[in-house]
Ligand binder design. Structure first.
Ligand code: HDE
Length: 699
């Protein structure tokens, strides 16, 4: 079995620093455990200079150390994932609750005493590996469970439905959303002609478009995202009984999103916003947690739904089938090495364990082929499962042999079965092993969508109808933004035609925002929208959000002379609420507070716009504010916090900043004065996260 890690570091050694002839620094040690070596283990005397004919002469081909070092460097890159290239992962564990054995015999879901190790990778879909963290996009949510029965992968997204119904359309969808092939832009964006051309010609994408245009596609944090298995799966219990399920991950911190303008600002201020957030949280001991649940139902119930459970563009409203919690996942350790773990991790929906099985969803069926296939070109060898992050943590053995980069040394004379020459060789497990659930199947070989997949608008309408006014406003704005980026008028008018079937009001609002009223194409749907469908309040993020600042970040703007008592109180009280304060000062060197004590700054003003914080607090001194009002970054800090609907706390000394930003301090109750150094009112207000009522006034 592959070793989990071979990177254990020896204790720090004594290092001598010498300056060489050419003035270069040589760091040397006499401790063999710390010697720099070639890949063959040869200790290296000098890593600063190549081997040359004379100190000013040409480099010699003989220099095997130089050649080895450069050759390895030349081959450091592997192909990035064709989708979900930009991702970030963490280790953790999953622990089941009691009582799941009624549903499944999967050992890791049944034994509540076992902590099953997991590796979880979050990702954007369209952008390449070096793109930013906050574009409007679906987020991948992939979890590898290293169970005692082999690896189980739940490879989901943060949105419960998908753009297409059949795997055969996936390359088209992705080609449409990726940068346009002649010009190679835009990067990590769906706001362009080819995407909207394709989806406006693909009515089945309509429901997913509603989600993609909602705030779900601009999450505040990877820690504040839901996850979904999307497809219907089967759980099988020890008696062989199958239950159909949809998987859901719910974040303990609640589901929060950015505002579009904020996401755009963050993309410039901190392209790594999401990964930094996850890194900071886990390194700081604040471990994010999700609850895994299923919506469980049987074939009889499924037959009564007015949609097909094999259709991945449909969801089951929780009001019809409620969530049943199975256990929790905690992420508590960052990888030691990004490439070795996060980049090389290989997920596959076909990685199953006894007790969990597939369904006939035609999108899922295609995925079963794609993931293994893509790993072969991405990781370059059929032995990729031997890479430590991919290796099962239970014993694994079979008759597969050889190939590029085979690590495992199989000692047996036999590499086939049945055999009678090695009685210790691996054998079948029979009923203890994985058995596909016996689904009765028969049919004519054909290429045809079932009629039960044909209603593309009712659930899109259901989603829109279930949103709060704020959420609806954001959806309208997102459609208008994205379609506004399309140069082709026919793409816009076609999409407006589709939106009429989702909701005529929505279509009208988008058309108005585009300045194209009455220009929607007339489109005949295969199945007319059922506008009477019952809304599902559970689909809304903002109807009943948790009132908490846990996991959030408050930016505290300070200057020389800022009140020490207030700074300490805010840090203390915020910590008690499991949130964090960052001190933002005009300069990174920090400030001297009212008590004459030096305080380091976490951020400098021009490098940390208020967009990167959940709430802000302005606590300059009377002298300090005089400098701030002349400083555009400071005025913008307040202006943008207000425009992003944040809770703003302030001390009396900060009033000139409000004047400079032309903001009325009494505009709404999200602007909270900290009287006599009291921070409680501000913290309580910050639990509201945003003042939605402010939005129509500022945008
Ligand atoms: Fe994927 N998808 N996908 N996908 N997918 C990949 O596999 C594919 C789909 C998802 O963090 C690729 O290893 C096809 C739905 C995630 O490493 C590739 C179809 C859902 C990740 C692939 C889909 C997903 C991937 C690219 C339609 C949500 C990132 C690299 C039939 C349920 C996993 C790789 C990670 C990655 C194919 C549709 C989720 C090419 C053909 C639906 C989270 O194999």
């Amino acid at each position: 079995m592959a070793k989990a890690s071979n990177t254990a570091k020896p204790a720090a050694a004594e290092v001598n620093e010498l300056i060489g002839n050419g003035g270069e620094l040589h760091q040397q040690t006499s401790d063999p455990a710390h010697w720099l070596t070639t890949n063959q283990g040869l200790p290296i005397a000098d890593d600063q200079n190549s081997l040359k004919a004379g100190d000013r002469g040409p480099t010699l081909l003989e220099d095997f150390h130089l050649r080895e070092k450069i050759t390895h460097f030349d081959h450091e890159r592997i192909p990035e994932r064709v989708v979900h290239a930009r991702g970030y992962g963490a280790h953790g564990y999953f622990q089941a609750y009691e009582g799941n054995d009624e549903l499944t015999k999967a050992a890791f879901l049944c034994d509540s005493k076992v902590k099953t190790p997991v590796f979880c990778r979050f990702s954007t879909v369209a952008g390449s590996e070096g793109s930013v963290d906050t574009p409007r996009d679906v987020r991948g949510f992939a979890v590898k469970f290293y169970t005692s029965q082999g690896n189980y992968d739940l490879v989901g997204n943060n949105i419960p439905v998908f753009f297409i119904q059949d795997a055969i359309k996936f390359p088209d969808l992705i080609h449409a959303v990726k940068p346009e092939p002649d010009r190679a832009f835009p990067q990590a964006a769906s706001a362009h002609d080819t995407f909207w051309d394709f989806v406006s010609l693909t009515p089945e994408s309509t429901h997913m478009l509603m989600w993609a245009m909602s705030d779900r596609a601009i999450p505040r944090s990877l820690r504040m995202m839901e996850g979904f298995g999307v497809h219907t799966f089967r759980l099988i219990n020890a008696k062989g009984k199958a239950t159909l399920v949809k998987f859901h991950w719910r974040p303990k911190l609640g589901t929060f999103s950015l505002i579009w303008d904020e996401a755009v600002a963050i993309a410039g201020a901190d392209a790594d916003f999401h990964r930094r957030d996850l890194w900071d949280a886990i390194q700081g001991g604040d471990f994010p947690e999700w609850e895994l649940s299923v919506q469980a139902f049987d074939e009889k119930q499924a037959a009564k739904f007015d949609f097909d459970v094999l259709d991945p563009t449909k969801l089951i409203p929780e009001e019809i089938v409620p969530l049943r919690p199975l256990g929790k996942m905690v992420l508590n350790r960052m990888p030691d090495n990004f490439f070795a773990e996060t980049e090389q991790v290989a997920f596959c929906p076909a990685n199953l364990v006894p007790g969990i099985d597939l369904s006939e969803d035609p999108l899922l069926q295609g995925r079963l082929f794609s993931y293994l296939d893509t790993q072969l070109s991405r990781l370059g060898s059929a032995n990729f499962q031997e890479i430590p992050i991919n290796a099962a943590k239970c014993p694994w053995q079979n008759m597969q042999r050889d190939g590029h980069m085979r690590m495992r040394v199989d000692p047996s004379r036999t590499s086939y079965e049945p055999n009678s020459l090695d009685m210790a060789a691996p054998r079948e497990a029979g009923a203890a092993g994985f058995e596909s659930f016996a689904v009765p199947t028969e049919g004519t070989k054909l290429r045809q969508r079932p009629e039960s997949f044909a209603d593309h608008y009712t659930q899109a309408h259901l989603f829109y109808k279930s949103m709060t006014e704020t959420e609806q406003r954001h959806i309208v704005a997102a459609f208008a933004f994205e379609l506004g980026k399309c140069k082709e008028v026919k793409v816009r008018t076609r999409m407006l035609g589709r939106l009429e079937h989702v909701d005529p009001e929505l279509a009208k609002s988008v058309a108005d925002k585009l300045g194209m009223p009455g220009q929607a194409d007339k489109i005949d749907p295969a199945v007319p929208t059922n506008f009477k469908v019952k809304p599902s309040p559970a689909l809304s993020q903002y109807r009943d959000p948790p009132q908490t600042i846990a996991g959030k970040k408050i930016g505290l703007l300070v200057t020389d002379g800022s009140e020490a008592r207030l700074i300490d109180a805010l840090i203390r009280k915020t910590k008690a609420e499991k949130a964090k304060v960052e001190l933002v000062a005009p300069k990174i060197g920090g400030i001297t507070d009212s008590e004459g004590v030096h305080r380091d700054a976490d951020q400098f003003l021009a490098g940390a716009p208020s967009a990167v914080f959940d709430a802000v607090c302005l606590a300059p001194s009377a002298d300090g504010v005089k400098g701030l009002v002349k400083f555009a970054a400071a005025v913008d800090w307040l202006r943008m916090a207000f425009a992003h609907l944040k809770i703003v706390g302030y001390v009396d000394e900060a009033v000139p900043l409000f004047d400079a930003a032309h903001i009325d301090r009494n505009a709404d109750d999200g602007l909270v004065e900290l009287k006599n150094g009291k921070v409680t009112d501000f913290i309580e207000a910050a639990k509201r996260h945003r003042i939605w009522e402010r939005e129509p006034k500022v945008r």
